[in-house]
Structures are given as C-alpha cells and as structure tokens.
Design a protein around this ligand. Structure first.
Ligand SMILES: Cc1cc2nc3c(=O)[nH]c(=O)nc-3n(C[C@H](O)[C@H](O)[C@H](O)COP(=O)(O)OP(=O)(O)OC[C@H]3O[C@@H](n4cnc5c(N)ncnc54)[C@H](O)[C@@H]3O)c2cc1C
Length: 391
C-alpha cells in the first residue's frame, strides 16, 4: 500500500491506491467505476491541510494533472478553472488574460479546489475568502457529473463553495475575478501594544494589513499593501518591500515545516483575543518561538465559512512540526472559543460535530445538501463521519 503524508509530515496514511486524473472525462469515469465497486474516495490538492481531511485507507486521487484555465469571460471578469490548478500557475495565466484573483493567502502552493475546500483566505477587511469568489462548480459525484451555479442547482452551489472534498471530485470551478492590478508593500514594526493601539486605522486605511508577532522578542512585523500605479520592480525586493503584480506580491515563501491552528473571531473581539493569546505565551508557553499571525477577513454568505454573516479577524498560532503542539493549541483554542471563534477548516482544531453545529448556523443545511450529492458516503472519511454523527 502506498504511503501518504501531508505537507508538514505530521499526518500520514496508507491509502489502498493513489490514482491520477488528467481530464474531466477521466475524473468522471474514475469516480463512476470506484463508486460501482463501493470504494471510498478522497481527492487531494496540494496536501497543505493540517486537518486530517485526507487521512484515509482507500482510494486517494491526485489532481495535479487537472490543471489550467478552461474558459474566460471578459464581460464578467470570470473564468472556469480546472480544480487541480495550482494558485501560483493560475496567477500567471490569469495575468496573461488581464485578470487577477481579488485576494489570496500567504502562500500560493495550493490547488484552487483545495484552497476553496477549506475557505482559504488572505487579509483585507473588505476582501472575502477564496470560497466566496466561487460562482460555479462542476463536480464528478457518485451520481454523475453535476454543474451548479447561483442559477442552476443553486443549493448545491451554496453548500459546495466550501466543500471539504465531501461532495465529489471538483473538476472545475468558476471564479469571480477582477482586472489585473499592481501592489506596493510597506513593512513596519514595533511592540505588540503599539500595533494594537493603531490597529483600526491600519485596517481601515490599507487594502491589506496583517502582522506577525514574535513572542520571544515582543516584536511585530506588520505589512500594509495597497494598489499602485508604479511600475513593477524586478528582481522582486524582499518581503515587505515588493512593488509588482498582485500574484507576485501577495504570496510568500514559507518553507519551514510547522503545524497551525487558526480561528476567526468577530472583528470587534480581535484585539482582546490577541492580547489573551499574547498573555498565554508570555506566562505559560514561554518556550514557543513561532509567531502569531493577525489578519482580517470580510463577512460572506458561504455556508460553512468562518466569516459566514460576520466580519472577522483571523488569529493563527504555529508550532514546530517536531514538537508536541497539543497543550499549546488546546490552551489557545479555549481562548478562541471564549471569543466565539470558528476554526479554519484546513488547520488543527479539537472540536466535535456538536460544537461545530453550534457555531455554524448552516451546518445541518450543508450536510443535507452534501448527503443528497453523495448518498452512499463515498467521499466521507472517518474524520468527516465523526463530525457528522457527533452533531
Ligand atoms: C505553509 C502554509 C501556508 C498556508 N497559508 C494559508 C493562508 O494564508 N490562508 C489560509 O486560509 N490558509 C492557509 N493555509 C491552509 C491551506 O490553504 C488549506 O489547508 C488549503 O485547503 C490547502 O489546499 P490544498 O490544495 O493543499 O488542499 P489539500 O490539503 O490537498 O485538501 C484540502 C481539502 O480539499 C479537498 N480537495 C482538494 N482538491 C479537490 C478536488 N479537486 N475535488 C474535491 N476535493 C478536493 C480535499 O479532499 C480536502 O478535503 C496554509 C497552509 C500551509 C501549509
């Protein structure tokens, strides 16, 4: 049996088989034949999730061959994109057509269907996560290939914009884009309290604002990023000083293996929650050297989104992959939950289905629509099954 591990190496599995798909027709045939044999399927993007979404002992499908832009509509600034497309390749390809993602995360290694599966986001108080930009999906389900948009199979579209790989194999998705744009980064720093005091102004006056706080030095590394008419400067400057196209400035190089917990808390609770996490680090987890990241995220209407119906702040805590992260992460989770937080779907959390049902108003709706799309639970692993039946 092949051995599988996620990006960090912390999660491992022995799927019975790993198969590659290279086209929508290929994906449709693979799902049909696996379903006929009553096999269970999980579909992998770039395996960057810290949650055990892909831990599984049956068929694992690798989608890296399912890549590229399928069609572009310049009237609506939207495009159908193959699900396995890596965000870094996509950025360049969209740019050639004069288009760009509205926003993206801290790295660009993910597959687009993998990133939307978990509500991957960047920073920006007026900018939603990638799932909120999904205006259509084409999914190879055990019942056949289905297309859903706000006008066709609308409930399926509402539920599957953040899909957790639980509806079927996402062969294509349509994204709302915008004309290409350039960005200028500015880095600044200082102690945490100073950053928190000036936070509202920074968040309100910059398209993107975020910071990393290093507990050992009590030092904030903040970045403000705004649109610019200045020409791109190559070679690209170091992080914090780049001036270039959106897809060149927004992603960063993050090679150091780590695990991560992230919660979204209501925007107004962000500073208080951050202060409590900082206090925890200064008083109880004094040996943690990994930084805490603070970002903003616009409210959306994506059913399982951490920003469903509320503007949020996202706070991420990290730990070295060789260290037992659980005591630290559990202590952080207690603070996040006291601030009505919702956990990132691609990162570590310890909640069961009952707790998730309490904090996600559309939890039951999501499962109802998912169950209709995949009535024989072909696309559910033990982790998802536990979440489902504990709720
Ligand atoms: C270094 C690092 C930096 C990160 N930075 C950010 C960040 O800035 N912001 C943020 O929000 N998150 C961030 N994340 C989390 C990451 O974006 C998410 O975990 C994301 O889901 C990973 O995408 P992936 O392509 O690796 O998907 P995977 O981890 O491979 O899969 C995630 C889910 O997508 C499903 N899936 C993937 N492709 C398909 C498909 N074609 N059809 C059906 N299901 C599919 C899988 O089954 C699984 O359920 C980061 C993670 C790492 C390791």
């Amino acid at each position: 049996m092949p051995k599988w591990n996620n990006w960090s190496g912390k999660l491992t599995a022995r799927p019975s088989e790993i198969l590659f798909v290279r086209s929508e027709a290929d994906a449709e045939a693979l799902v049909r034949s696996a379903a006929a044999e009553n096999r269970r399927i999980r579909v992998a993007g770039a395996t960057h999730s810290h949650a055990p979404l892909l831990v599984h002992d049956d068929l694992l499908v690798d989608t890296r061959g399912l890549s590229g832009i399928v069609s572009i509509d310049l009237d609506t600034n939207s495009a159908w994109i193959a699900g396995g497309s890596r965000i870094h390749t996509l950025g360049r390809q969209l740019h050639t057509a004069g288009l760009a993602l509205q926003n993206q995360g801290d790295i660009d290694e993910q597959a687009i269907a993998g990133a939307t599966a978990t509500g991957t986001h960047g920073t920006g108080t007026k900018l939603g996560n990638l799932s909120s930009a999904v205006t259509g999906m084409r999914i190879a389900t055990s019942e056949g290939l289905v297309e859903c948009t706000p006008d066709e199979n609308a409930e399926l579209w509402r539920a599957s914009r953040l899909h957790l790989g639980a509806f079927g194999l996402v062969t294509q998705l349509r994204l709302q884009l915008r004309p290409a744009y350039r960005l200028q980064e500015v880095a600044h720093g200082g102690p945490l309290e100073e950053a928190l005091e000036g936070l509202d102004e920074q968040i309100d006056t910059n398209r993107h604002y975020e910071f990393f706080w290093s507990p050992q030095e009590d030092e904030v590394r903040a970045k403000s990023i705004n649109e610019t008419d200045n020409p791109p400067v190559y070679p690209l400057a170091e992080e914090g000083q780049r001036c270039a196209w959106n897809y060149e400035v927004l992603p960063n190089y993050r090679p150091h293996k780590h695990t991560e917990m992230e919660y979204s808390v209501p925007a107004e609770s962000g500073p208080a929650c951050m202060r409590e996490i900082a206090h925890l680090l200064k008083t109880q987890f004094t040996d943690v050297v990994w930084p805490v990241e603070y970002r903003t995220l616009a409210a959306d209407d994506v059913w399982l989104s951490t920003a469903y119906d509320q503007e949020t702040v996202t706070i991420s805590v990290h730990q070295d992959v060789r260290v037992d992260d659980e005591p630290y992460f559990r202590a952080c989770e207690e603070i996040f939950l006291a601030h009505a937080g919702r956990p990132h779907w691609g990162k570590v959390h310890y909640l069961d289905g009952a707790a998730l049902a309490r904090i996600h108003p559309r939890w039951e709706d999501w499962w109802r629509v998912r169950d209709e799309a995949d009535p024989h639970n072909i696309f559910v692993n033990d982790y998802l099954k536990d979440l489902r039946y504990a709720s």
